[in-house]
Design a binder for this molecule. Structure first.
Ligand SMILES: Cc1ncc(COP(=O)(O)O)c(C=O)c1O
Length: 407
């Protein structure tokens, strides 16, 4: 039954779809249930375990009875750890009222849109984009305005593209650096160029999603828009969290920094919906942000090796053009040359979804289609996996591609 046929569900449920990653997960489960092996290059979370000292902090919190509701903005220890981390990262000092806490960066981004969007407000989302932004905007009554930023601009929004997308209904620009799915990292100069355009439009705020900022293969820290353009600080909402950097996806802690009015609105929404994130996870997150950071250095070195393995493996396959990521743990690959090819069974690969299905059927390799990220003809492959699995997946992809013929 579709949403519109049932009186139970609100109309807004027809504005969004199940996330492509859950669809893929269902497909993988069906394959596994049929006893077929799969090589899931779809993983969107670190395969490392949460650091030991973080787990210990959570256990200590349980033993100390830190098992009650906290303020919607978090425990004092976590507040302090977040503010110190933001100061180290951005050079900006954020007051307690300029911080929001949530059950992951995802919830904070959702609440930011809920708190600010009126019907018809536009949100500029550079594509390729993280799968959730457009649906979050739509669900909150806004209009996602997808702006294609392709290979010619290094998959990054340029001042010209931004200028061309602004209307008098634009409320937000979403800027995700390092980007999921492309791994693109905006340089200081590129951010400065975008800031110039933003100065021409005082009504536009920027949602900077920096959740992958610690998984960085560059020699310099990933620059933050607020450091490059501190004059825009009152219009910048920084979303971050402990999920990716500290392998803590299941702990569900995200934090944000931004204008006090917005942070207060988010806390009000939080207090009326979930009260606060888990007190135990908060203790763990404080230990992660505050404690020994060697986990990050060690895991980034491992990610870097796997990145090279996956990029070189994909680059050696005729018809695939992988993009070497500067951050995050995904390789974005242009597969457009394979569109139009014919499978051994005589089926024509008409879309990147057909191509992904061919990979799955012939080699058990699972990738996420470019279409899911607003950029067909591509796919995203994760390297949050051990090297052996990456090697097997690359060899599976190579045989799947070589089985194709061109009419
Ligand atoms: C770009 C991006 N932003 C936000 C999130 C959500 O992170 P969290 O676990 O903190 O909710 C993800 C998770 O995949 C992501 O890829």
């Amino acid at each position: 039954m579709t949403v519109t046929e049932t009186p139970l569900l609100a109309e807004r449920m027809s504005w969004i779809e199940e996330s492509p990653s859950s669809r893929v997960a269902d497909r993988v489960r069906a394959f596994q249930a049929a006893g077929k092996p799969v090589l899931p290059l779809t993983i969107g979370e670190p395969d490392f375990d949460t650091p030991e000292h973080v787990k210990e902090a959570a256990i200590a919190a349980i033993r100390a009875g830190e098992t009650k509701y906290t303020s919607a903005t978090g425990t004092p220890a976590l507040q302090t750890a977040i503010r110190a981390r933001l100061a180290r990262k951005t050079g900006q000092s954020y007051g307690p009222g300029e911080i929001a806490l949530g059950g992951g960066a995802k919830q904070l981004i959702f609440l930011a849109f809920l708190a600010t969007l009126d019907a018809g407000d536009e949100v500029i989302v550079p594509a390729p984009h993280w799968v959730s932004y457009p649906d979050m905007v739509a669900l909150n009554g806004g209009r996602p305005v997808l702006v294609g930023a392709g290979a010619d601009t290094g998959y990054k929004l340029t001042p010209g593209l931004l200028r061309g997308a602004v209307t008098d209904r634009t409320k937000w620009l979403v800027l995700n650096t390092p980007n999921n799915p492309t791994g693109a990292v905006y340089s200081r100069d590129e951010l400065a160029g975008l800031a110039e355009v933003l100065r021409e439009h005082s009504r536009i705020s920027v949602l900077c999603d920096e959740i992958y900022d610690e998984i960085n293969f560059g020699t310099e820290p990933v620059p933050s828009l607020v450091s490059v353009a501190p004059d825009l600080r009152e219009r910048i909402f920084l979303a971050n969290g402990v999920s990716k950097a500290y392998a803590m996806t299941g702990w569900r802690i995200g934090y944000a920094a931004g204008p006090a009015t917005l942070c207060a609105a988010i806390s009000t929404l939080q207090s009326q919906s979930s009260s606060c994130p888990s007190s135990i996870s908060q203790a763990a997150a404080a230990a992660a942000l505050d404690g020994d950071q060697s986990f990050i250095t060690e895991t980034v070195a491992v990610y870097a090796e796997r990145r090279d393995l996956l990029v070189s493996g994909l680059a050696a396959i005729d018809g695939l053009r992988p993009v070497r990521p500067d951050g995050g743990f995904y390789v974005w690959t242009d597969a457009s040359r394979l569109i139009g090819a014919i499978t051994p069974g005589g089926r024509r690969i008409a879309t990147d979804a057909d191509l992904a299905e061919h990979f799955l059927e012939t080699s058990g390799v699972v990738v996420i289609t470019g279409e899911s990220y607003g950029c067909p003809g591509h796919f995203r492959a994760s390297f949050a996996l051990d090297s052996e699995t990456i090697r097997k997946a690359v060899s599976g992809l190579a045989s799947a591609v070589s089985a194709l013929r061109f009419a």
